[in-house]
Design a protein. Sequence first.
Length: 487
Amino acid sequence: MTTTVPGRATEEKTFVGQPRGLAHLFGVEMWERFSFYGMQAILLYYLSYSVRDGGLGIDTSTAASIVGAYGGTVYLSTIVGGWVADRLLGPERVLFWSAVVVMVGHLALSVVPGPGGVGTGLVLIALGSGGVKATATTLVGLLYSADDVRRDAGFSLFYLGINVGALVGPLLTGLAQSTVGFHLGFGLAAIGMAAGLAQYAWGRRGLAGTGREVPSPLPAAERGRWLAGLVVAVLAVVALATTGVLRAERLATVVVWVCVVVSVGYFAQLLRSSRIDRTERRRVLAFIPMFAASVAFWSLYQQQSTVVALYADDQLDRDLFGWTVPASWVQSINPVFIIALSGVFAALWTKLGRRQPATPVKFAAGTAVMGVAFLLFLPMASSTPNSAPLLGLVGVLLVFTVAELLLSPVGLSLSTKLAPAAYRTQMVALWFLSTAIGTSLAGVLAGNYTVEGQTTYFGVLGGVAIVFGVVLAVAAPGISRLMSGVR
């Protein structure tokens, strides 16, 4: 398709009205999410199921902490990927090689048995996924000019690709796990990532050099110092792990605090940098309350892989005409709604154009709606195993989806719009740090969930999120002024 784009003087070849390079980024992210969510859908069960049932027999609370810590480390790793992209290789090359690391991690999970395979696989997947996430988002942002009104719609379509993978991954890995075993499920995740890597290796030429530039090259004289720091950091982590300081049940809490410290340091660096001007500094300040809202949102939303997974296994009536639906298939409900509704939201934002709600208002609504989703668990609260209606959980996850579409793709777009020119990829990584804190916090909070206390658990967390959303809505006009013309 060839079209004339508002805000651009020349015609260009497009992908459903968007820049053509979006198709290639859509594809690699779709396959990476297939492998990521496919593996994650069965990870908690692999850790917590008994050895007789093919699992590792780890205590449920500890297993939730591991899952939360892993998820948080994925987003924490965006800092590493963003730094390498901005200072050493450029985002496009980092995307490609990060995908290679992800594939190797899934292979380790599928072929290496026991804790050794889990440790090796999760570390590699976390590092690689962090690199993919930070750079893919940056590359999407680079496809658009600053005044291109297609930007939010393009990110919504990119988000659609993410959720196509998130839908199919758990279905296939969950079926493989329930019929054959966990390692076949992990193997399918590895095959999916290999498919994504092959597709991107073929199509990366379609980006026409986008993202090959290194925005802020690291001087050669400083490389030795950074390498030494990396070696010291790795040795410190190994020492803490081998001496028992980093125990499994503490992992999520440790990742939360590491992410908080790194986030504070990152904001301080950006605000003090001589490479950003006054307007860019105001925009970084505007990003702070949205960062906090994102943490609150993800600390609830990411409990899909912990509390909701446990709820599906223990509390949900999964009987469907005499067949028991695999518990992991619940992880595909949200992507179904994302696929159905992301186009609707993209069309809505496009139609409204300049009249659409400002970003802080969208964030406030997303946070509050997420709180409402947690409150909707209350009518289904029961101590009777496998008694909660399947349609009830489907309805709750529909509300999850509405909250997600109000905040998550908008946040991805916001991080590229507010980013100082010298720190494009690292600003995206900072956005993912909010997800890292929230995801790790979801693992910490999941340790407090019990069937007996579910009413208090869902009620308190849902109420806090609603209050947070209301406060953000009140502050929205002031935040918008700080954004200095960015909506």
